[in-house]
Design a protein around this ligand. Structure first.
Ligand code: PLP
Length: 510
């Protein structure tokens, strides 16, 4: 290679006669206006006409990918063609979470203010890693999380920050717990040769707790799954016994995770009694209120967070039951300095004059970059108001109560677990309810399971409702969750009618 080729242009003196051409830019403001109106119109019609679509996508694995070109286009394509493909190719592969008939998992809502906020978030494209890279995002996050904290009745000592999901919020909280229990040892030296750390959660806790233990190096062997009572709540005596056993065996208890609104049955662990044990044992208490925490914004349901003021950390997901589009999870923590001790690591290129004066959100988790998520929560709360949000959550609890009553009153159907929130577990049991000592149940569990699995398959294939399932003490249960702003009593009534028709059509199990 010649010497000349190594000489940078600036060193060669005069600017080059041939200036580099501008790279092609973005679409023009006029194009943006035109397409944005079309997308807004399309979205408004989509939301208004959701009931035209099957709730659960009626496609087979691979079907959508097979309809898409495997290579990227060499040249840009007209926006019209892209929109057409969204409608014709992608839409059949969308499971419509915003559909009023969506009752699977935990039903949620991307509300209109949330959808609009997402568009602005993308326009700002603020990366809130440092205060100076996103002052408004950083400060709005603190303000809106203080609002939500008040709405939930949590104490002012709870400091909040936003993550993408509850799984990450729990991971961050437990990383802080690990930091505290090892007094910084893990951060410096890693786990090798350190104490054997243990983590406690009920048998009903979400899998994200166990996953956090895997990531944090405790391993699944470090997780103690504590027994539950007949209402699926953690048994404090079993918890205390497990901690005592581990201490005797030379383990170091790191944290307890209590759940407010378990995934399967929405049971609420006795947090106050668990907090007593954690205080006595000096163990970090994390509360997973990813779904159930939302219920506390309704004054008469605030009991769901009884005892939680004494937790070290608590996660709640506004993207589950607070009408905020995916994704937004809030981690509240009474010891934010422990989170910073676990995660803050500032290389020279990220140091700023504001360090120590303003919060840099990159210090609160493993990720550096982060989206401006606070905007959508702020816009949703401002649009509906705290009272309006509470009315909506209250309405969902009422709808679920209505569903439970229908099940309880119907012959041949049974409720499978207490339903303290907006989720009901039930099944069709042709010879179940109403049986007497001289007319004992004759259907084995395996037959009942196959029967209800078929009911579930048929209702989901109908496209009119989407339900999910779970296992309750080894028994298969259908699971209906209410959490979508578009769901009304009439939607539940038509789902109930359809379920009964499907059950009647199915031959009575042998
Ligand atoms: N915790 C509970 C109780 C849940 O029900 C769920 C999901 O449904 C999670 C945690 C995980 O939530 P995410 O998807 O935000 O990680």
């Amino acid at each position: 290679m010649s010497r000349k080729a190594h000489t940078p242009p600036a060193a060669r003196g005069a600017p080059s006669a041939r200036a580099a051409p501008d790279a092609p830019g973005d679409l023009s403001p006029e194009e943006f206006r035109r397409y944005a109106r079309r997308v807004a119109d399309w979205t408004a019609s989509y939301l208004a006409g959701l009931e035209r679509y099957p709730v659960m996508a009626q496609v087979a694995p691979g079907e959508i990918a097979a309809r898409l070109p495997p290579q990227p286009p060499d040249d840009g394509e007209p926006f019209d063609a892209i929109l057409r493909d969204i409608e014709q190719v992608l839409l059949p592969g969308i499971t419509h979470w915003n559909h009023p008939g969506f009752h699977a998992y935990f039903a949620n809502t991307a509300s209109v203010p949330g959808i609009l906020a997402e568009s602005l978030t993308a326009a700002f494209n603020a990366n809130a890693m440092l205060w100076r890279t996103a002052p408004a995002a950083t400060e709005l996050e603190a303000v809106v999380l203080a609002w939500l904290r008040q709405m939930m009745g949590l104490p002012a000592s709870f400091d909040g920050h936003i993550n993408d999901t509850a799984s990450i919020s729990t991971l961050v909280a437990l990383a802080a717990a690990r930091e505290v229990v090892t007094d910084g040892g893990v951060r410096e030296r890693g786990l090798a040769g350190g104490p054997r750390l243990t983590l406690y959660a009920s048998q009903e806790a979400h899998s994200s707790v166990e996953k956090a233990a895997i990531v944090l190096g405790l391993g699944q062997a470090g997780v103690r799954k504590i027994d539950v009572d007949p209402a699926f709540r953690m048994d404090p005596a079993s918890l205390a016994a497990a901690i005592a056993r581990d201490r005797r065996d030379g383990c170091t208890p790191m944290a307890v995770v209590a759940t407010v609104g378990t995934t399967s049955t929405t049971s609420v662990d006795p947090v106050a009694a668990i907090a007593d044990i954690c205080a006595r044992e000096d163990v970090w208490l994390h509360v997973d209120a990813a779904y159930g925490g939302a219920m506390a914004i309704v004054p008469e349901y605030r009991w769901v967070l009884d005892g939680c003021a004494r937790a070290d950390s608590l996660v709640v997901n506004p993207h589950k039951w607070l009408f905020v589009p995916m994704d937004l999870s809030v981690l509240y923590c009474r010891r934010p300095e422990a989170i910073r001790r676990a995660f803050a690591l500032v290389p020279a290129y990220l140091m700023t004059p504001e360090d120590g004066l303003a919060r840099n959100l990159m210090d609160y988790g493993p990720a550096l970059g982060r989206r401006f998520r606070a905007l959508k929560l702020w816009m949703v709360i401002r649009t509906f108001g705290a009272r309006g949000m509470a009315q909506r959550v209250r309405g969902h609890v009422e709808l679920a109560r209505q569903w439970r009553e229908w099940i309880e009153e119907a012959v041949g159907w049974e409720v499978m677990a207490p339903a303290p929130m907006s989720t009901v577990l039930f099944r069709h049991h042709p010879d179940g309810p109403g049986r007497t000592p001289d007319r004992p149940a004759r259907l084995p569990e395996s037959v009942l399971q196959a029967h209800n699995e078929e009911i579930l398959r048929r209702i989901n294939a109908s496209g009119r409702a989407f339900l999910s399932h779970t296992m309750v003490q080894g028994r298969f249960a259908l699971r209906l969750a209410v959490g979508n702003l578009r769901t009304q009593r009439r939607h539940l009534a038509s789902t109930w009618k359809l379920l009964r028709r499907i059950a009647a059509e199915l031959a009575t199990p042998p």
